[in-house]
Ligand binder design. Structure first.
Ligand code: NAP
Length: 296
């Protein structure tokens, strides 16, 4: 039942939920693994009536949809592309993470509120995933970060890494202007952070992160060429894309003997952190359940 992709039409006739229903909203959303991850956690919990659904909501219907989800009593929502930024004007409030990043992926209810409030667990999810994947690589304060991409996920990662003490950051993006915009925003929030926006003079022993969409498709080429990889010689590689295949950058890294991970652990951590927001469950107690689902 929960694997079905629902629409706004289904929501109109939805029975009133007494804080037991959750959902992810996207366009498209049928590929989303969030219902399987969250429902697996619910099945392990004592509150067996909890359910997580996926809803396909076109961008022009987002405002109407958010109001209806609130009215129907949904306890929490996740937002995926393209709603993470589009939703902001329709929220009651944003916490520090969401306002710093400029996007929300997790919505929750505050007592007495008339609309959902928003936070962002993507960046913190990334930091937790990197620390678990590469425990020997060093802290964010010790590791220079080379970030590929300047879209929504890259923004979340850059701010979270800076919040975790990152001191030197290279942003390499196909559209250089977007990299510069992100660098400008970061410098306002973190005046002592050193940010560079090109592939010149890349640092030794860096953490290389792919936050571009390249890697999502099984046939996608690596977002970082073998030649650049040879020059950079990164200490570890985290590719936030994931699928049934091994992303090309992860394959390349492993061939070169560099520890590398795809983005499933970040997906699990951002989901586990969303449950902390909704249900005060410690993320580290449930993340393994989510990770097991993603490894099937
Ligand atoms: P987004 O805001 O649309 O940004 C896409 C980024 O990819 C931009 O930097 C874009 O560069 C770059 N890009 C797209 N096609 C490219 C190409 N052919 N060559 C080089 N660069 C290209 O998307 P997003 O929300 O940041 O998501 C990016 C990826 O992260 C997606 O694959 C998404 O599934 C994944 N993701 C994973 C998690 C997780 O939990 N593991 C969480 C969030 C997102 P331009 O600026 O030049 O267009």
């Amino acid at each position: 039942m929960t694997e079905k992709t629902y629409t706004l039409g289904d929501l109109s006739g939805w029975r009133q939920s007494s804080g037991t229903d959750f959902a992810v909203l996207g366009y498209p959303v049928s590929h989303s693994l969030s219902p399987r991850m969250h429902n697996a956690v619910f099945e392990h919990s004592r509150e067996r009536q909890l359910r997580y659904f996926k809803f396909e909501v076109p961008p022009e219907k987002l405002q109407e949809a958010l109001a209806l989800f609130f009215e129907k009593g949904f306890a929490g929502l996740n937002l995926t592309l393209p709603h993470k930024i589009l939703a902001l004007p329709f929220l009651q409030s944003l916490d520090f993470a969401a306002s710093q990043i400029g996007a929300a992926n997790t919505l929750y209810r505050l007592p007495g509120a008339t609309a959902f409030s928003g936070t962002n667990t993507d960046g913190e999810g990334f930091c937790r995933a990197v620390s678990s994947a590469f425990p020997q690589a060093g802290t964010f304060a010790e590791l220079p970060l080379v970030l590929l991409g300047a879209g929504g996920a890259a923004r979340a990662i850059a701010f979270a890494a800076a919040n975790h003490g990152c001191r030197v950051l290279w942003i390499c993006n196909r559209t250089t202007e977007k990299a510069r915009d992100l660098a400008d925003d970061l410098k306002i929030a973190f005046p002592s952070l050193q940010v560079f926006c090109d592939k010149k003079n890349l640092p030794a022993n860096a953490l290389l992160v792919n936050a571009t969409a390249l890697g999502l498709g099984a046939a996608d080429e690596s977002p970082f060429s073998p030649e650049d990889f040879e020059i950079l010689k990164p200490r570890a590689v985290y590719d936030i894309t994931y699928g049934k295949h091994v992303p090309a950058l992860v394959k390349l890294s492993r061939e070169k003997g560099v520890p590398a991970s795809d983005g499933r652990s970040m997906l699990a951590w951002q989901g586990a952190l969303a449950q902390t927001v909704w249900r005060s469950v410690p993320a580290e107690k449930i993340v393994n359940i989510m990770q097991e689902i993603l490894e099937q």
